[in-house]
Design a protein around this ligand. Structure first.
Ligand code: NAD
Ligand SMILES: O=C(O)C1=N[C@H](C(=O)O)CCC1
Length: 273
């Protein structure tokens, strides 16, 4: 891997040592369409001060890992952020101050976090999606269409599976698919969402949308949207086998966001779906 010396957009990756952080670093550098200028990690992390490439076990890239996002964002045009909700909310304020395009892949936000991201997007471009892959974003469109076409005789269930280290459930993708299904039914997801099932739950409520989560091994991300009626089922499925699909989407988003008006966007905007 080597970096082009040019006026390509400068990118900072937060959570650089993470599963997605490292995949993003490789994707940005290999693309030749952007310059990786710094990686951000938590204060006290073993990678602070090291070159990103050498910290990842490869050749040097001429970009360091830092615990100072303010300084790093000041030199950048874009921030790609797959970390954790509290970190992302803090980065959103700093990225907006630096007028960087902030691409957010982090999942697991509370409504109060989302309000803070909305506030940051008044000053800068923010692109957020619970899944940045082309396949899943296309699947949200298909889900909405199928939910529109089938009445409430068809029960909707979203089933997702991820690796053993994932900390949030349902996944951001499952929520995107649930929102798409609810949109197809003409209501917000909060009105249709079934609480997690355990014990004597009673029979299923007509029209509700249910979620189930599996956690195990190194599963990258699998999602089924099941439409179940008496005597037949329709199942829409996406399987991710490589995190590169998320990283490619994030790179596309950070390049797309350059020069756009401040506001909050998603991958449907980026992909033009
Ligand atoms: N939207 C998508 O397409 C997509 C795809 C994959 C993962 N994700 C989401 O991205 C997030 C990260 O996933 P992961 O598998 O890479 O997790 P991970 O635990 O491997 O990596 C997270 C990284 O963030 C760092 N971090 C946490 N707080 C920080 C802070 N305050 N400052 C700097 N760095 C900080 C951690 O040290 C870690 O290196 C999760 O929310 C996950 O659900 C989204
Ligand atoms: O590995 C993860 O964590 C993933 N998170 C996103 C989600 O919550 O849907 C996307 C898939 C991988």
């Amino acid at each position: 891997m080597s970096q082009p010396a040019s006026d390509l957009p400068g990118i900072v990756i937060t959570g650089i040592s993470g599963r997605m952080g490292q995949m993003l670093a490789r994707t940005v550098v290999e693309s030749g369409r952007a310059r990786l200028i710094a990686g951000v990690e938590r204060e006290g992390h073993a990678w602070i001060g090291q070159d990103i490439g050498t910290a990842m076990g490869g050749p040097a890239l001429g970009a360091l890992v830092t615990d100072d996002p303010v300084e790093a964002f000041a030199r950048a045009q874009g921030v790609i952020d797959f970390t954790a909700p509290a970190a992302t909310v803090a980065f959103a304020g700093l990225a907006a101050q630096a007028r960087c395009v902030h691409v957010i892949g982090t999942t697991g936000f509370e409504d109060s976090d989302l309000a803070k991201l909305e506030a940051a997007s008044r000053h800068a471009v923010l692109v957020r999606a619970g899944n940045m892959s082309l396949g899943v974003n296309l699947l949200t469109r298909l889900t909405r269409k199928v939910a529109e076409a089938l009445d409430e005789d068809w029960d909707i269930e979203v089933v997702e599976a991820h690796h053993r280290m994932k900390v949030d459930a349902p996944s951001g993708t499952a929520l995107m698919l649930g929102e798409a299904a609810a949109e197809g039914r003409g209501l917000p997801l909060k009105d249709l969402r079934t609480p997690a099932r355990e014990g004597i739950t009673g029979a299923r409520e007509r029209g509700a949308i249910g979620f189930s989560a599996i956690r195990g091994g190194d599963i990258v991300g699998e999602h089924d949207v099941i439409f179940a009626a008496d005597g037949e089922r329709v199942i829409l499925r996406h399987i991710a086998t490589d995190r590169r699909v998320f990283a490619r989407g994030a790179l596309r988003a950070v390049l797309w966001g350059q020069g756009k008006k401040p506001g909050q966007y998603d991958m449907i905007d980026v992909l033009g779906l």
